[in-house]
Design a protein around this ligand. Structure first.
Ligand SMILES: Cc1cc2nc3c(=O)[nH]c(=O)nc-3n(C[C@H](O)[C@H](O)[C@H](O)COP(=O)(O)OP(=O)(O)OC[C@H]3O[C@@H](n4cnc5c(N)ncnc54)[C@H](O)[C@@H]3O)c2cc1C
Ligand SMILES: NC(=O)c1ccc[n+]([C@@H]2O[C@H](COP(=O)([O-])OP(=O)(O)OC[C@H]3O[C@@H](n4cnc5c(N)ncnc54)[C@H](OP(=O)(O)O)[C@@H]3O)[C@@H](O)[C@H]2O)c1
Length: 518
């Protein structure tokens, strides 16, 4: 039993494993660590994380369904090539959690508000046991309804609070030029996603809308806006674009399935990976023209298929840079037909310098955009979310000087804590689940971690590769070397990393969650 926090006298109940967050990562962690009877703290009243709280009415999965599934829980119609809606994704998660009896671990409406480190016997040359028999972390948990704070002690704390959602990024405006000058309405997509279908339509219908951003939320929002404004009295929506990115209409390029380009062993063979030999490094250098050619091949299709040049939307950077940073957005059907009708318009800005005037937004080049509603599709601050929870010195370790969160499942200098949901790939579910399997086996002491120095070296190498591959490296995305990353994980767990039945599929078929069923 835990007791209400009282500064003089505080009773703390101790457990082995605590998990913070019941999104995809937290649910996967709870399932894999179920033999330790973990407690999962979830600040809201449901599982699903961003799928519950950050989805629009039109949000769909943008990863093929058969890639976005737990290895032991196939989608009912896994070969259905349609992308499931967010409601289907939530249903799938709900069914998974019910099937594996995960709900019994979850404490809803329980927000972790503070974390304290207890153990000072941390050696910097070796990472100790994950479950050492005594609590290492204390967490304060506030009940949303009663506001009562209880403290819990844990030997292992698994942080699954997500990179997106919860804390929006709000642009910084010049002095006295913020939304207070504006007579219309300003909101972030996080607030927009809380609206039901009717209220969302009501907000946008018949209004001039400016959408700030040109990534997935912004694109989906512009589409919802165009739909709400179809028919008489409809007004156009303008996307305010700071950086152009490649978007794709489907997972087929010149008649070839998309996975052939980046998701097979043979395609990833051309890309750099950590822990590579000198010979491989040389090979990668030599295969640079081939990588470029593949990227160009995809770009040629996109430029042919979509009116990118007509609207000045062709990015300067290579396609692979967007792919390697896990920010390739799938275009909703009819996006460009709405643009053709003039319902979606584009305004490119040379920097993030823009501000509000009475009737809209003003830009550095002195041009003005009239708007009744401005929606900030400017993303989320995952760093702030994590840093606000962790105590020093750990807070400073989770973001490096270049702004990356160097968080593999274990940070070598943060004892008895694991992070799931920070590394991204083409399917964040698959990435999270495999790492949870690894974590459970590590907690079971089925294998040992390398030395701290070796782990730091590994992460440094990964980050260097990301920096060499894409200017958008901050997302900690492993999509161009995900198979290799998973190979290392399999090897550490004692499984054969080559998981296909024959060499042909090993070379040319994609690796999906089901390949990691063990
Ligand atoms: C709209 C949207 C669509 C996406 N679509 C895709 C996609 O198609 N394919 C893909 O691979 N990825 C997609 N992503 C990325 C997505 O973030 C991951 O796929 C995945 O859902 C992340 O799960 P998570 O559990 O790590 O984080 P989250 O889903 O963010 O879950 C974190 C949970 O932690 C809880 N929490 C946070 N702080 C605390 C606290 N202090 N105390 C207690 N609980 C806390 C939150 O309430 C939340 O429930 C999408 C993201 C968004 C925002
Ligand atoms: N499955 C789905 O359908 C779906 C739907 C929505 C979101 N998602 C996922 O959710 C995550 C978050 O996506 P998101 O689109 O909300 O956020 P995001 O990817 O972080 O994109 C933020 C956008 O806002 C722009 N921006 C930020 N600050 C700005 C400023 N001051 N001025 C002008 N522009 C500014 C960014 O421009 P720069 O490029 O210049 O930084 C970028 O275009 C991503 O992983 C995404 O894939 C998925």
């Amino acid at each position: 039993m835990a007791f209400q926090h009282n500064k003089q006298q505080m009773m703390i109940s101790n457990y082995k494993v605590g998990i913070i967050g019941a999104g995809i990562s937290g649910i996967a962690a709870a399932k894999q660590l179920c033999h330790y009877n973990p407690i999962v703290f979830e600040s809201t009243d449901s599982i699903g994380g961003v799928w519950k709280h950050c989805s629009f009415n039109s949000t769909k999965l943008q990863t093929p369904r058969c890639d976005f599934e737990f290895s032991d829980f196939p989608w009912p119609q896994r070969d259905n090539s349609l992308f499931p809606s967010y409601i289907e994704v939530l249903e799938y998660l709900q069914n998974y959690a019910t099937h594996f009896d995960v709900f019994k671990f979850v404490k809803f409406n329980s927000k972790v508000v503070q974390i304290r480190h207890l153990n000072n016997h941390h050696h910097h040359h070796e990472y100790g046991r994950l479950l050492s028999g005594r609590p290492v972390w204390e967490v304060a948990v506030e009940n949303n309804q009663t506001k009562i704070v209880e403290w819990y002690g844990f030997e292992l704390l698994v942080v699954c609070i997500g990179k997106y959602g919860d804390i929006p990024i709000i642009p910084v405006y010049p002095k006295n030029k913020g939304p207070e000058n504006f007579s219309g309405k300003v909101l972030h997509t996080m607030e927009y996603s809380k609206l039901d279908k009717e209220s969302a339509k009501e907000l946008l219908k018949g209004k001039k809308v400016a959408v700030v951003g040109y990534k997935k939320s912004a694109i989906d929002l512009a589409m919802e806006c165009a739909q709400a404004n179809s028919g008489a009295g409809g007004q156009p929506c303008t996307m305010v674009i700071r950086t152009l990115h490649w978007t794709v209409p489907s997972y087929w390029i010149w008649g070839l399935p998309f996975f052939l380009f980046y998701s097979t062993r043979s395609s990833q063979f051309l890309h750099e990976r950590p822990n590579q030999t000198l010979l491989r490094a040389l090979l990668c250098l030599l295969s640079s023209p081939m990588r470029k050619a593949i990227s160009k091949f995809i770009e040629s299709y996109l430029v042919w298929k979509l009116p990118l040049e007509k609207y000045g939307l062709k990015p300067e950077h290579q396609f692979v840079e967007d792919y390697a940073s896990c920010q390739m957005a799938i275009l909703p059907d009819n996006f460009f037909s709405e643009a053709e009708k003039g319902m979606i318009q584009f305004k490119k800005v040379s920097s993030s310098k823009w501000w509000f005037w009475k009737n809209g937004i003003e830009f550095e080049d002195k041009t003005k955009l009239e708007a009744d509603v401005v929606v900030l599709a400017t993303g989320f601050d995952g760093k702030k979310k994590l840093q606000s929870l962790l105590p020093e010195p750990f807070r400073s370790l989770v973001v490096d000087q270049s702004g990356i969160m160097p968080l593999g499942t274990i940070h070598p200098l943060i004892p008895n804590m694991a992070f799931v949901g920070y590394i991204e790939s083409i399917s964040n579910l698959q990435t999270a689940e495999l790492r949870c399997k690894w974590l459970a086996r590590l907690a079971d002491e089925q294998f040992k971690l390398p030395s701290v120095t070796k782990m730091i070296e590994q992460t440094t190498q990964e980050i260097q590769i990301m920096k060499r591959t894409t200017r958008f490296y901050k997302r900690l995305c492993i999509s161009t070397f995900s198979i290799n990353h998973n190979d290392v994980i399999c090897q550490e767990m004692g499984f054969n990393p080559w998981r296909k039945t024959n060499l042909f599929s090993e070379a040319f078929s994609p690796y999906t969650s089901q390949d990691y069923y063990f």
